[in-house]
Design a protein around this ligand. Structure first.
Ligand code: NDP
Length: 400
């Protein structure tokens, strides 16, 4: 019986993880669950799963959850705050940790799980973007297995004979596929009028709002280039982004003998989640079998860097010292939240990121405290720029 902690259990990946676990009550049990504000959903999950611990990052929400659970006679212990997230991630009672908190808020707890040598099911790509070297070193030291849950990296892992790949294994390059998002063919002149609802309407995947906007700007693919660089220890120049609108091929590895190995499947996160949970075995995920005959044509295109400047910025950060990846990620989070709050337009997102990157010195980073300090500094800078660009200029509306 594997005990699983789900960081971010109320989100899109968290809910899909519980769906897979529900299919295998003989193999997995839930040790701990967590959320930020969503008391109703975490309350419901606690009644169904009876975890030993439930954490709400927001202390007021934790108080509400504790009251509601005790009224039901639940034995689940409720903890509050960011430190409690690290506590459940590294707890001796858990074997595997699903890191599915969105954004930089997930870094400390993912790192805590890796340092404690847990099986790390890594969905929170921002952790690796912010602290790639630190994170991978911690995993080497503790012996933690990192199972990529991002569908592309999971596909690459599977195409590398269970992740045992490196240049020594004859890899020429990684072909990182992306759908191109909802605006791949939209008239560029109308990008200024894109609404949050349009940006969150992904053609193939159902996801949380932040990653949906990242997919629309293709920053998501950029973050994934940085993620792949660290996970697979491959030079950035050998990671090629390929636009594949059907989202059937989830990425490929190109070998020096001319072989190209890929992983395919319907676009449903339960496949990589089930793979990560069961690796090196396989379990049922609930995902419908891929019907290639009816899937239609599979097409591949080069990305359009003019349409998607965020992809260019992310590649530049990936080639530079770690500090620029921290700046890229922090500015992106602030800008995306500003766009979702309708304070800035879609086309302002890359402008804010570029300015924050330009205002950040290039430096290597070796400590978590340094990452967190720089992250906060870059967020402040991004908030200031966002405020000056804001459509509504609402003071106090910049706490993203
Ligand atoms: P969602 O927005 O759907 O869920 C985010 C989860 O994180 C929720 O449980 C939320 O709690 C919690 N959370 C948010 N902010 C904080 C915080 N400050 N402290 C603690 N918990 C917090 O995100 P997704 O599930 O879409 O994505 C999660 C991660 O997985 C992201 O890093 C994303 O890039 C990655 N990913 C997602 C994919 C997908 O298909 N969705 C695919 C590949 C990767 P609450 O509900 O209370 O707000």
């Amino acid at each position: 019986m594997i005990a699983v902690t789900i960081l971010g259990s109320t989100g899109s990946v968290g809910v899909s993880t519980l769906d897979v676990i529900a299919r295998h009550p003989d193999k997995y049990r839930v040790f701990a669950l967590s959320a930020n504000h969503n008391v109703d959903e975490l309350f419901r999950q606690c009644l169904v799963w009876s975890p030993e611990i439930a954490v709400m990052a927001d202390p007021a929400a934790a108080g509400q959850l504790a009251t509601a659970l005790s009224a039901e006679g639940s034995a689940t212990r409720v903890l509050a705050g960011a430190e409690a997230l690290c506590e459940i991630a590294a707890h001796p009672g858990t074997d595997a940790v699903m890191a599915a908190i969105v954004g930089g808020a997930g870094l400390a707890s993912s790192l805590a799980a890796v340092q404690a040598g847990k099986r790390m099911l890594l969905a929170n790509k921002e952790s690796l973007v912010m602290s790639g070297h630190l994170f991978m070193e911690a995993a080497h030291r503790s012996g933690a297995d990192i199972l990529p849950i991002d569908s592309e990296h999971n596909a690459i892992f599977q195409s590398m004979a269970n992740g045992a790949g490196s240049h020594a294994a004859g890899i020429r390059k990684i072909l990182l596929t992306g759908s191109g998002g909802p605006f791949r063919t939209r008239d560029l002149n109308t990008f200024g009028q894109i609404t949050p609802a349009e940006a969150c309407r992904h053609p193939n995947w159902s996801m949380g709002r932040k990653i949906s906007v990242d997919s629309a700007t293709m920053m998501n693919k950029g973050l994934e280039v940085i993620e792949a660089r660290w996970l697979f220890d491959v030079p950035v120049a050998d990671i090629e982004v390929v636009v594949h609108p059907q989202s059937i091929v989830h990425s490929m590895v190109d070998y020096i003998d001319g072989s190209v190995v890929c992983q395919m499947g319907n676009p449903d996160m339960r496949t990589p989640i089930a793979h990560g949970l069961a690796w090196p075995r396989r379990i049922d995920s609930g995902v419908a079998p891929l019907d290639l005959i009816n899937a239609g044509s599979l097409t591949f295109e080069v990305p359009d860097y003019q349409r998607f400047p965020c992809l260019r910025l992310a590649r530049a950060a990936a080639e530079a010292e770690q500090s620029l990846s921290v700046a890229l990620n922090a500015a992106n989070e602030i800008a995306v939240q500003g766009f979702l709050d309708e304070l800035i337009s879609f086309t302002d997102i890359p402008v804010i990121i570029e300015k924050v990157m330009a205002g950040t010195d290039q430096q290597a980073i070796s400590e978590l405290a340094e990452v967190l300090a720089l992250d906060e500094q870059c967020r402040q800078l991004a908030r200031g720029i966002l405020k000056s660009m804001s459509k509504n200029s609402l003071s106090g509306a910049f706490d993203a």
